[in-house]
Design a protein. Sequence first.
Length: 439
Amino acid sequence: MLAAMSTAPLRPSPQATAAPRDRGDACPGSLRLHAADDGALARVRLPGGVLTVRQAGALAAAARDLGDGDLHLTSRGNVQLRGLADGCGAALAALLGAAGLLPSPGHERVRNVVASPLSGLDGRGAGDVRPWLTALDAALCASGAARDLSGRFLFALDDGRGDVAGLDADVTVRAVAGGRAVLGLGTPHPVLSVAAADAPRAAVVAAEAFLHRVRESGTKAWRITELPLAPGALADEVRRRLTAEGVGHEPWHGGAAPEDTAGGPPPGVIGSALSVHIPLGRLSGLQWRELTHVAAAAGPGELRLTPWRGAVVPAPDLGPAASDAALARLSAAGLVTGPGSPWLRVGACVGRPGCAKSRADVRADAASALGAAGRSALPLYWSGCERRCGHPRGDRVDVVAAPGGGYDLTTVRGGRETPGVSLTDPTHLATALAAFPSA
């Protein structure tokens, strides 16, 4: 049943504001596992979400032999392995290392890079960021200072279309016309311009400048937005360091960057690629094998996981008939391959039983209320508690498990939260949305 419309102001989401850090960075990685309620958890960084078919096979083997058998995608295009047994760390590290997924153990938690997943595949954008991705990862792993970055520090490589520029990265590199790239620091708005070939090095320099300022300030900032600096101070530091390294740069005088686009690639055939959406970001072993099989037959043998819980398969060798057959195969495995699916409008955190802080099995409740997604004016994101882990950027309805059972609904528009209604039974979600004018 529905409670009365709430009029009390909501407290800000803990993930929406910077907080002082009074503890070390406990962000999990491949070598530093996190103890969750369903077993140990490993987060495998995949810069740009890119992995080969061989590496995909190694992840499948790790999930099957050491974990719960599934692969869980994150909002940064990384993969989490859950349900890992105690004492499996050495076996996991050996398996990942043999597949080339641990190029530098000392940097494994800081290789957080999102990149335009369709770059070079659909004829859009001002440049192909795929070479940037390889160069940035190599430069990051070669930087001794970069080992001290937080596991939450994020780089974004945007090919000019504006898809990953809006993901709140710490360093945003965006391709622009004329063989140039622009850098944003803690914001997608550019502050300086460099030659496209120098973009990866400039991004690492920006991260090193951030770390220098962290040490000088005596703070424990993990993200650029948490650093107490006067406006422009970090940009000045970056310029000085680029000059010292002989990297040419200019102030950005091109005005505001193009508008960011909303969301990731739609499912279907896009240029020379296939795109699918993965419901709730969770892939069974069978689904992962089917996706890998299609990637192997498509030409380059590459997968690109997206920050929107999707996957892009470069498929230059597949004609129209073969592409349709591949999508049909993936659809039969339970992946979303075309528009119209309500799964495109639903997301959720891991919930119970994996998270001790969760008040509900939000994934099961989201699945049972799937039909209500089509009645909402905004996408729905289900969270087991007020932390709203993994929530998407942009307008949405937050469905948050409440103390004592039930869910609280709030609308997020333009970063502002509007109080909503409460419901005690998820099956009444459609009715709640209908009674929720701001939704």
